[in-house]
Design a protein around this ligand. Sequence first.
Ligand code: SF4
Length: 819
Amino acid sequence: MIPAPLPAERVFRGDRTFDYVYSKRMITGYDPETKTFRTGIGDLLNFGWLPESLVPSDNPLSIHARQRVHSAFARSMVRNGWEKEVSVSLDLDVMGIRFLIRGRLDLIRESDGSAEVLEIKTLDGKPDFTDPVQSRRNNSLQLYFYAKALSSARGLTPDSISASLVFLSMDNTSEPEAHYFPLDLSDEELEGSWLRHIRDTAEFLIAEDARKSIQLSALGGFHFPYDSPRPGQQQILSDVENCIENKGYLMLAAPTGTGKTAAVLTGAIRITLPRRLTLFFLTAKNTHKSIVLETLRIIIKKGVPLRGIVITARSEVCHRNRPRCLPDDCPYAVDFRDKIHESGIMKELLDHQIIGPDILMTIAERAGVCAFELGLCLATQCDIVICDYNYVFDPHVFLKRFFLEQNTAEMCALLIDEAANLPSRAIDYYSPEIRLSWIEELLEDGSCTGKREKLLHPWMERFGEWTILLENSGEDEIELPSDTDIPLQTDSWFKEITELRDPPEPLRELFKAIIDFSKISGVSDSRYHLLYRLENGDRILQWFCTDPSLFLRERLESCHNSIAFSATLTPFDHFEYLLGFPDEGRTVSRKIAWPFPKENLGVWISPVIDTRYRSRMESAALLARKICEIYSAMTGTWLVFFPSYVYLELIADHLKDSSVPLLIQTPGMSREERAGFIERIESENQLVLTVSGGVFSEGIDLRSENLLGAIIVGPSLPGMNLRMKLLSDSYRLRELDPFIHTWAIPGMVRVIQAAGRLIRNSIERKALVLIGKRFTKYPYLGLLPEHWFRDGSIQLLCGGVCGITDFLRKEKGGAKAPP
Ligand code: SF4
């Protein structure tokens, strides 16, 4: 029996600890057919408006505290004869656009043809302003709208309505104090500000309608970025169109070289552009983004006027080169809105069809504003957003302006590239951890108060106890009982953090993790295991999530549609489950055939060498000789993929005395080192030793005429450790074969990805040698792609390698090269 999992909405829900600010997506609620914009007053006021300055957003508990103070005040007013939460609406026609604006005012008291209206806001500390029209423009406009709506609905004259903003100051030391700011409803500046905002909004909608109509007519004449789609691409195109049209789920397994990026993008934009959906192209690695951008540029050249933006990591575009953003101490965060308006950069940026990080940084630097936040604001005005998975799926990083609320999420169409990578990334997203180094840093901080010390000391004690358990085990990681006493003290931390206007970074991290922990600890959920480990000198306590599929499902279901594609997305049922795609026939799965002449890929299995962990030392010399023999038979470049660095180094050691030129991958290579490595692969003849599942085995296009083939050493099975054991237990609980799902499938996915570096067009002819007995056996043999077989079988490499050289010397396949 599998214990009932914790419902996804109980964990990591509504966490606002990452985004500093967020505005609504621009177009939600607008019907271009009838030119009617149905919107709430909050959304309307955020429409197209940039944040005044960037400030850290509230933590979830302080939001809760604000709501509590707000409700208590409203209740006390109701006891004094006020009515709370009254719905009002306004119907306006501005520049041919009909605005249907709705809202719910906080408090109203009516008598004899007059009305008093109050709008409640909370503040940290006392108000430091005197004129709310200047300092709290959105709050003032909101109240102005209520008064206008009331006047029109109840036939009240403007001077019979009085309206005040009430700011409740929260300083946690005493009862909140109410500060009243009456609004002069006849103030010309207020009226002007309201009219300007509505007119700006109408102008934006009109301009967007014009942009869309140009886009639509261009789309009519656009079929494909290249001459014409090949059969596999045609299939992808129509599957993608159907999926988006029907708000469905699609899984596409298409071998490397199919041209799936072009086909998926073409199918997607043909449907999303007319429907005004935002297309999210999600990638696991930066290298994938360049392929997408290249394709988009060709589509744009074909006359389709798109607007796309690339969102990168905050630290990559931070003008101050900070690993962590500290907006309170950053000049690029101050006067964000005014600087953008005054510099006119918004229009300049929107004139670009592809807004990449370089353009964004240059232009943002000129205006003195944060490039990352500017990119997020711009994303709401783009047709395509290209970003990492985490901006959609990570509970602390997801883009709240798109995915927090259903009405905006359902306007987002998801394309998940190289989707086989998402399940392991999702495990990280949903496995919160607490580090001893945070606790130590906080204790060493000179500003640590006695109260905070009292909260931190139990952690030091518990870390000490867990460390003894870890040391006694002799392992690097242990599992602790799920009912282990963890000194969360959530309420006390809540008080501690809400008392601080600007908590230090380790405190924020710790508090965020404590909130996550508090949602998991004490709840019986078979997906979660409490682990303790030593890593780079730090000690880490972690709730390890073995199955984040329900969390992924929640996000997927809130969006318009989801399309996952990869060269390695089979077996479909394995990935369908891990990715959270719905079963019961709701997900369409499509396997695309190998697009090139089969005879151009020669595949051999060398079954003599035993590459199992226990036999590696013994068979190392033999393996090195075999690799040398293959390389020496024909001069050129050969890629050799190993399951691990340790294995790679072992064989490199055996090869170092040979005359074979070696290029060897090392762990943790920088971006520049990786680029240089690829350049050398493409320009020199050598034996390239690299690891499967690494940066050179997926998502890169190698353009080397000298590349003769690849040698893949053993199925690249994940190592055996505590985490893998827990993952395999979770498959066992679901009555799935634990070995196949935990080790065999991921291991063979890496093999197939590595082999995908070989053939990229119809005229190339390459050899693939799989080394290891296991490739000839169950389950590995059954997981090899169909196009590696000839007449149902694969050649064995038992004697010499002349079969390979004969194959490579033969005339190349006759099929025409694709575009
Ligand atoms: S420039 Fe850097 S530190 Fe400043 S707000 Fe942007 S990301 Fe944060």
